[in-house]
Design a protein around this ligand. Structure first.
Ligand code: JBE
Length: 230
């Protein structure tokens, strides 16, 4: 999979060289490129924003650098298929594990990180002419820009690409994979500060252990996230 990220703060993404995402990049499974939007400006001050038409607080990202970035990154020299172009936005659809599974099947993702009060609306229209546009939100709260959302989304998507997570079994028994929260985990010692590991886990009976874990999943989901059971 190829991923391009466009941002005015490319160093946010230095963390993607670490851990599993770093390994996926080193192995070639994940071809991730981070770009500075200012590289597509042509004025002395490398300007990416301007005041909003109609007035109002804050600044709006100018369309021209975005247009040039999209022309370069969505061009056929990068991939044969039309890319999926994602703009993180608190006004978008909410990102879930199902969104991550869908996006993990795509050949080419482009993430555009907005800052300030947002991006000139015509950029979204133009992007829809060169790819499939998705406005996606991490959740119902406001961040200063799309960078942190893109970090979260690329990690959630990246770990679903075959070969990125070493043991694929660890992908199935996780929160949200089956619509339930995950069961509690324990390791040695069997007694720690007077607290015992549930004895059923020491029984060696795989059937009863699986049943107990499933019950724990349902109980936790009912307690913490009843909305998931509706
Ligand atoms: O979640 N998001 O994608 C956001 C992007 C920009 C600002 N706030 C957000 N929540």
């Amino acid at each position: 999979m190829r991923i391009d990220v466009v941002s005015i703060f490319p160093s946010y993404f230095d963390g993607l060289t670490l851990s599993l995402m770093g390994k996926a990049r080193d192995s070639g499974i994940l071809d991730l490129h981070v770009h500075d939007l200012r590289d597509w400006t042509h004025d002395r001050h490398r300007t990416v924003d301007d005041t909003p038409y109609g007035g109002g607080a804050g600044m709006v990202m100018k369309p021209e650098p975005w247009g040039l970035a999209l022309d370069q990154l969505a061009g056929s020299s990068v991939s044969e298929t039309r890319p999926t172009i994602i703009f993180p936005s608190p006004a978008g659809e909410v990102f879930t594990q199902a969104t991550a599974r869908d996006l993990a099947t795509r050949e080419h993702l482009i993430f555009g990180c907005g800052r300030y009060e947002g991006i000139d609306e015509r950029v979204f229209e133009y992007a829809a002419s060169v790819g499939e546009v998705r406005l996606i939100s991490l959740g119902d709260y406001v961040l200063n820009g799309g960078e942190v959302a893109v970090m979260a989304m690329t990690e959630a998507i990246g770990r679903l690409i075959p070969g990125v997570v070493g043991n694929p079994d660890s992908l199935v028994e996780e929160s949200h994979e089956d619509g339930l929260l995950e069961y509690p985990s324990y390791t040695k010692p069997s007694v720690w500060r007077d607290r015992e590991v549930p004895p059923i886990l020491l029984s060696g009976n795989h059937g009863t252990i699986a049943k107990w874990r499933h019950e724990q999943q349902i109980q936790r989901t009912r307690d913490r996230r009843p909305d998931l059971l509706d």
